[in-house]
Design a protein. Structure first.
Length: 723
């Protein structure tokens, strides 16, 4: 049988069989079995296989294409385990695509896995850089990559076909039957590597790319995230050496500002180690800078340059979108917010966001929210002037604020439908964004930080004070005093700059409430008094009444309950006549507390019970239960107080009010302390403390009572008791 006939019989190229015949290539078990069968050798060739393989391996030098393992590779144990499973002889997958942001460590992971699993590929481990994202260099074609791989397989240049398709075909033919590991690094597109992927059970391919290469749908996809904080700190210390041990907190913050991106961490550590810095000084250097990116350049490696390549590869529409996404405050970006920034209709941005997600310049989570890495955000923000002028940027910000205002208004109205409102801000969307109060509250709890930042971005525009006013009820409910004050101080500056007297009055009154909640009574009184004057100048009687009521609450906590009773009585009368039931409930609670402070227990109980009967919102019911329990406690009706506080705990858990639950638990501890049950009192107080919510004794009777009772209670540790 001629060599040509044998090649046709076993479906192996004649050239490959010739190289085996002449000892230039190692036969695989598959080829040997095929030849044994076609030549009717009755197993004689198969029996020679181990000896032939050993001799061939001894004659053939190992290919030199694979770079050595990376220096100081840290972490990635889960990813390495996944790759080891794929590279195992019994592994089902042939191709693994490692994708991720520039500088995330894709090549390092691929090479580490290749060397860690070298035992599975003792003779053929190949590597080629396809230059998919190399600055100033055109990406390698599949034909060029095939030439380099054929060269690593010891094919002489004169035997490599000149035609690109024939080269790829020759490569696939050569690899068929070989047990080989091929790393195709720095790939731009699936089309760049698809001609190189041989369908052979003995070959494994690791492909790295900044793009997800979804078109390689037969591959196992391994998207690579940034390092966990702990691993990133270890990497920084490994690169920086002993100097980095001097200030652990500063090093941790440096790593955080690097976004735990391995390339950024390595550059920062190298600059720190060679620049005669202390950790504090280096941290101060990158903190004071307008952007951390200039610090992440050591002359040879540059994070911004790595991002620039990815940015320039985007279409103009995608670059503009990324630049405007960077305008959004740090954190999750909803699809609706992204569409608002771009000024497009619902659904019009889907393909653009898909492309940014594919390029790892943005990431979509399972909920559909979009995330930008902090360094990508910093880069895109620096690129913004080249993509977007300041007018367009401001218009995008105001569209975002409008979007946030509509949703926040809808959530606020869902949570507190009975509160008196002035229609001064954006109406809710035509389509209900929240199905119930639970969903609205969950949305506010997840988004309040972003909403705060958006309100501050709108400074100078009426939307600034409008959004601040909408958020006030949620801030009160959750006792978020700092964002409450921050948004309202910016809102006050805006309202005054616009000459809006009514807006200034409303913001001032809200600021007074925030300071009252914090126990800053003088500041609260100053703001409420200024609000009263501003409402009067604006001719707003409703506002004046609200300010009078607010001042009465301050007087209560300043130790003047008589003044509180007078002011709240005036307000209550008008609230009843005007049908403002919720405001009446608040005034009745204040009157109950003031009457209790005056030891007028019958009046206090009557006010508290009426407030409870009128309460319409679940959270108001809980507050009224706590108020009534406190009045009973003051009247020494401990049995009734105990029952009411326990009911308040249950209702607070149902309504999701952690603050009112904490207050009720403290009240139960106070009852136990007054009864002489020290261990139970301590257990209940400890249970309350687990919420980590401050119940300020300046403005909350339960907190003040605890402060006076604690010195009399044994402070030994007690087992936790659930109320």
């Amino acid at each position: 049988m001629t060599l040509t006939a044998l090649a046709e019989s076993v479906s192996i190229s004649k050239g490959h069989l010739s190289r085996i015949e002449n000892g230039r290539s190692r036969p695989t078990s598959r080829i040997v079995r095929l030849c044994d069968e076609r030549l009717d050798a009755k197993g004689e060739l198969v029996a020679l296989l181990p000896q032939v393989c050993d001799e061939a391996a001894a004659r053939l030098p190992r290919p030199s294409g694979m770079p050595g393992p990376p220096h100081l590779f840290i972490g990635r144990s889960d990813e390495l385990a996944a790759l080891a499973s794929m590279l195992d002889a019994q592994g089902a997958g042939r191709v693994c695509v490692i994708s991720g942001l520039a500088g995330v460590g894709k090549t390092a992971l691929a090479l580490t896995a290749a060397h860690a699993n070298a035992v599975n590929f003792p003779y053929w481990r190949l590597y080629v850089d396809l230059r998919g994202h190399t600055p100033g260099t055109a990406p390698a074609t599949s034909g060029e990559a095939a030439y380099r791989l054929l060269s690593q397989l010891r094919v002489s240049p004169d035997q490599i076909p000149p035609d690109a398709e024939e080269r790829s075909s020759a490569l696939r033919m050569m690899l068929r039957g070989l047990r080989a590991l091929i790393v195709l690094d720095n790939v731009a597109t699936a089309g760049q590597v698809r001609p190189l992927l041989v369908n052979s059970p003995d070959c494994r391919f690791i492909v790295t790319s900044r793009n997800r290469l979804a078109a390689l749908d037969e591959a196992h996809h391994l998207p690579l995230e940034t390092l966990p904080q702990s691993d990133a700190v270890v990497l920084f210390r490994a690169v920086a050496g002993d100097k980095s041990s001097e200030d652990k907190a500063a090093v941790t913050e440096i790593v955080r500002r690097c976004g735990t991106l391995p390339l950024a961490v390595r550059i920062a550590a190298a600059r720190f180690a060679t620049g005669n810095w202390t950790a504090d000084r280096f941290l101060d250097r990158i903190t004071r800078a307008s952007s951390v990116l200039p610090a992440l350049n050591d002359g040879e490696r540059d994070v911004a340059a790595a991002f620039r390549v990815s940015f320039q590869e985007l279409a103009a529409e995608d670059r503009r979108t990324l630049a405007l996404l960077a305008v959004h405050p740090s954190g999750a970006i909803t699809t609706g917010a992204a569409e608002a920034l771009m000024g497009v209709r619902e659904g019009d941005l889907d393909y653009v966001l898909d492309r940014l997600h594919n390029a790892h310049l943005a990431t979509r989570d399972l909920a559909g929210d979009i995330h930008l890495h902090d360094l990508v955000r910093a880069f895109a923000a620096r690129a913004t002037p080249k993509s977007i002028d300041q007018h367009a940027r401001r218009e995008a910000v105001l569209r975002l604020v409008d979007h946030a205002l509509r949703l926040a208004t809808a959530a606020d109205e869902m949570l507190e439908p009975h509160r008196f409102r002035r229609r001064l801000y954006a109406p809710a969307p035509s389509r209900r964004p929240f199905v119930d109060t639970e969903q609205a509250l969950a949305w506010l709890r997840a988004r309040w930080g972003t909403l705060t930042a958006i309100a501050l971005m709108a400074d100078g525009d009426p939307r600034c004070w409008q959004l601040a006013l909408v958020l006030r009820a949620f801030f009160f409910r959750e006792k978020l005093h700092e964002p409450w004050i921050a948004t309202h101080e910016a809102a006050l500056v805006t309202a005054r700059a616009l000459g809006d007297q009514l807006a200034s009055a409303m913001v001032l009154n809200n600021l007074g409430m925030a300071h009252l909640e914090r126990g800053s009574l003088e500041e609260a009184m100053d703001h409420h008094s200024a609000a009263l004057a501003a409402f009067a100048q604006a001719g707003d009687r409703h506002g004046e009444l609200d300010a009078i009521s607010s001042i009465a609450w301050v007087r209560l906590y300043q130790g003047a309950p008589e003044d509180a009773v007078h002011g709240l009585s005036v307000a209550l009368d008008v609230y009843r006549r005007s049908g403002r039931t919720r405001n009446a409930v608040i005034a009745l609670r204040g009157l109950a507390l003031a009457s209790a402070a005056l030891d007028c227990h019958d009046d206090a109980l009557a006010y508290a019970r009426e407030a409870k009967d009128l309460a319409q919102l679940p959270v108001d019911v809980v507050m009224c239960l706590n108020c009534l329990a406190w009045v009973c406690f003051r009247a020494n009706q401990l049995g009734d107080a105990d029952r009411l506080y326990r009911k308040a705990v249950q209702q607070a858990e149902l309504t999701g009010s952690s603050y009112e639950r904490t207050r009720a638990l403290i009240g139960l501890g106070n009852i136990a302390a007054r009864r002489g049950e020290a261990a139970l009192a301590v257990a209940l107080w400890n249970n309350a403390d687990e919420s980590r919510l401050l119940v300020n004794p300046v403005v909350v009777g339960e907190g003040a009572a605890r402060s006076s009772l604690e010195p009399m209670v044994e402070t030994t540790s007690a087992p936790r008791v659930r109320a």
